[in-house]
Every structure is written in C-alpha cells, then in structure tokens.
Design a protein around this ligand. Sequence first.
Ligand code: SF4
Ligand code: SF4
Length: 282
Amino acid sequence: MILAVASGKGGTGKTTVSVNMAWALGSEVRLLDCDVEEPNAHLFLEGNLHGGETVSIPVPQVDESLCDGCGECSRFCEYHAIASLGTAPLIFPEMCHGCGGCAKVCPRKAIHEVEKQIGVVEMMHAGTITLIQGRLDIGVATVPPLIRAVKARLRNDMPAILDAPPGTSCPVIATLRGADLVVLVTEPTSFGLHDLRLAVDMVRAIGIPYGVVINRIGIGDERAHAFCRKENIPVLLEIPDDRRIAEACSRGRLIVEALPEYRGLFESLLEKTMVRKNAVGV
Ligand code: SF4
Ligand code: SF4
C-alpha cells in the first residue's frame, strides 16, 4: 500500500503525521520525503543519511553555427526555459524540465542535450523505517524529476508512506500520482479550511481516495469538521492542541515515543486508512 500525506499549506503537521504513522506501523516501511525543497523527516529519526546519489536531467545546448534564430524552440517551451529573439536562443537551465522537446522541434538540429544535476537522493535506516529523501540543489526550480527519482525507490513488497510537499502544485501532484490513498492534514482555522478545500479539489481531480486529519484541535473552530460532514469526507484522526506535542516536535522527537499515550491515535489512523482503502476497493 502506498499512502501519501499532503496538506494544502505548510506547517499543518504533515511530516509529523508521516513519521509517526511510519513508526506506528511497527514493521518494515519505506518513508519517502518528497518535500525535496525542504526535506525534514530525517530530523525525527535516529540514523545517518547516506547515499547522496545524484539526479540529473538533460538540458539543451545550442550549436550557434547551425542555428538560424527561427524561434521554434522558444515557442515550444511552455516553461520559458529557452528564449530566442531572432538570434541563437538563451537557455535558462534552472527552469528547464528536461522534456527534450526543443531539441525535437529544432528544424536545423542545432540543439543537443547535456546532463545537469538537479539534486541528490539520500537514504537512512532507522529501526523498521527506511527513509528516502530528495534534496534539491540550491537555485534549481525543477522539482518533479527529483520527486520521480525518489519514488523510483518504492518497492512492490513493502508499504510506503509519502510525505508530500505542501500546497497543490505540480510537485504535489507528482508525489500523489500512484498513491492508493491520500491523508490530507489540516488545522481547524479559516486558513486551514481554505487550503483544505483546494487540497480536496486536487485529490478529487486526480481521482485518489482520501481522508482528513485535523491537527491542533482546540485552536480554532468547527468549520473544518462541518466542511467534512457536508462533503461526506471521513475525518480519520483528530490530534489535540497539546503543548507537549509541540515541545516534542521542536526537539525532533516522535510523538509516539515522547508521549506513548498518543500511540493509539496513530495506530487507529493506520487502521482507518486500511478500512478506507478497502471500502473504496483500491
Ligand atoms: S529551433 Fe533551432 S534553429 Fe530555431 S532558434 Fe531554436 S536552436 Fe535555433
Ligand atoms: S528541454 Fe523542454 S523544458 Fe527544457 S528548454 Fe527544452 S522544451 Fe523547455
């Protein structure tokens, strides 16, 4: 089973839910930190990151002696990573997604591709958890290829929990594709509700079953609950606004270890995700 944990905005406790679920599973699991711009799941685990396998994408390079400045490459690139103003094009490698399209459409075969590193994939073993994380190089804006490289480390014989980047943009969709179930983490605040609505629209559009975790119960109001009731969305877990949880997280400790009374919550979350998965027939 591949379970993805996402949220419409950062700071809702998405990584907290991911790592505590991985620990509560109690058997071999792959935890994939797909928040490659700011991977932080490793902060909650004891172990050493190793590997550092580089990930590259092919970016265009132009042979100016062949180019006639026709601009076909520039018109083709929807990422604005190559620009021609009637002359040999300028290339912005940090914006290139490595799709290879500009080389294909160039009528004069003036473009060839060179490999450009965009980041690394690292690994850590912590008990039954194998953490795999992507780390994007500074200044690189091309996130999905690195997320795909992280997801290439999924194993068919092992359950996986994917910690998605925050938001609802391309990197999140690259993370969620192929997941069996998505857990959307939110807070009972007006900002939380606004971003939950966006996240719900996103998972509905992708067509993946989902449920909601409401974190920090007590800081806001009932609107997130009311929204879930109205939309018939299962609330899989409610985590109280407990200062001790915030203290444990700020010290890089797992809730399930620092506050054993909460273990049952995360175990029940795992059970409910299985029930939800079976109910929707994934
Ligand atoms: S498509 Fe080829 S020939 Fe035309 S501007 Fe781009 S590199 Fe030059
Ligand atoms: S490889 Fe694709 S993304 Fe990169 S510059 Fe060419 S068309 Fe644009």
